[in-house]
Design a protein around this ligand. Structure first.
Ligand code: ZN
Length: 304
């Protein structure tokens, strides 16, 4: 099942993408209530423990309502409660950076306000950074509550999607930690679909990569992960609770711009295309967008 959040005829709908078209799942289960919001998938997941099986039943029964070119595909989730990211989780990326593999996962967070959907513009933020970089990542979508009393396992996931962990390398260095560098508005392209776990039984053997203007930059496999998804889920939920709709971004392979010789950073007009086998591809241009961010200097601060 390929779940998507789509915009069609002035409303937002939870949908399943099939070979025959786009099925509307918004009204499939009456108890779900109104889902005319960009948070439809989170709302369904958080609503009740039986939601996952109801979703599957509804998607199987639903007939296509729209053609693919009639809908605009948005980010599948817009307001997950948590976005947990894993740094330095690919052996080929550690070799490229020139550091030893970590002996435990290193996690950080991105803010949900950074999420954008397919084809939306990643903003340059020229007033804040000159080192804009890409990171294709397999993103796991949590399907059930998990935590120290009930550690997460892969069968508690709803599915997988593609995340592009856009990063400002200069801010990573200057800030000393990564939250701002990873969370500027538009820094998390996500989608286009969440593929349910039954269709991806082995997430540890997926090809993944990223092209810039059609040229391959990243080209690797999730087999290069140092800590696999099963381990990451257990490790995180040994001390942190996860809720339905939360995201776990599992790290990026080699081929980011910062470690090329010479370094290569994104510029206005570049087009990124992140891809993962069995999920699809996620295309995002880089620029100032239809509505440029105001940016610019902020008033001088004051020490107290
Ligand atoms: Zn990352």
């Amino acid at each position: 099942m390929r779940l998507a959040t789509v915009r069609v005829a002035d409303r937002t709908a939870l949908a399943a993408l099939t070979d025959d078209g786009v099925a509307d799942l918004s009204d499939a289960v009456p108890e779900w209530g109104p889902l005319d919001s960009v948070d439809a998938l989170c709302a369904v997941l958080a609503g009740q423990s039986a939601s996952r099986s109801e979703l599957t039943t509804a998607a199987t029964a639903a007939a296509p309502r729209w053609a693919v070119d009639e809908v605009q595909i948005l980010a599948p989730l817009r307001r997950p409660g948590k976005i947990i990211c894993v740094g330095l989780n690919y052996a080929d990326h550690c070799r490229e950076v020139g550091i030893p593999e970590p002996d435990h996962p290193v996690i950080f967070a991105k803010f949900a306000s950074a999420i954008i959907g397919p084809d939306a513009t990643v903003q340059l933020h020229a007033a804040a950074t000159t080192e804009l970089d890409w990171e294709v990542e397999l993103a796991a979508v949590i399907g059930e509550h998990a935590g120290p009393g009930r550690r997460a396992t892969p069968d508690m996931l709803l599915g997988y999607t593609i995340g592009n962990d856009v990063s400002a390398r200069d801010l990573q260095r200057s800030d000393g930690q990564w939250i701002r560098a990873k969370s500027l508005d538009t820094f998390l392209p996500l989608g286009p679909v969440v593929v349910t776990t039954d269709e991806i039984p082995d997430p540890g053997r997926l090809g993944l990569g990223l092209r810039v203007n059609g040229a391959a930059q990243q080209d690797s496999s999730t087999a290069e992960m140092i800590f696999d998804i099963e381990y990451l889920l257990a490790w995180v939920t040994s001390s942190i609770s996860l809720e339905p709709g939360d995201l776990l971004l599992t790290g990026t392979p080699h081929g980011t711009g910062a470690f090329q010789q010479p370094p290569r950073f994104l510029a206005k007009g570049d087009v990124m295309e992140a891809w993962i086998e069995q999920i699809g591809s996620l295309r995002n241009p880089v620029g100032t967008g239809a509505v440029p961010l105001a940016g610019g200097p902020v008033p001088a601060g004051r020490r107290i």
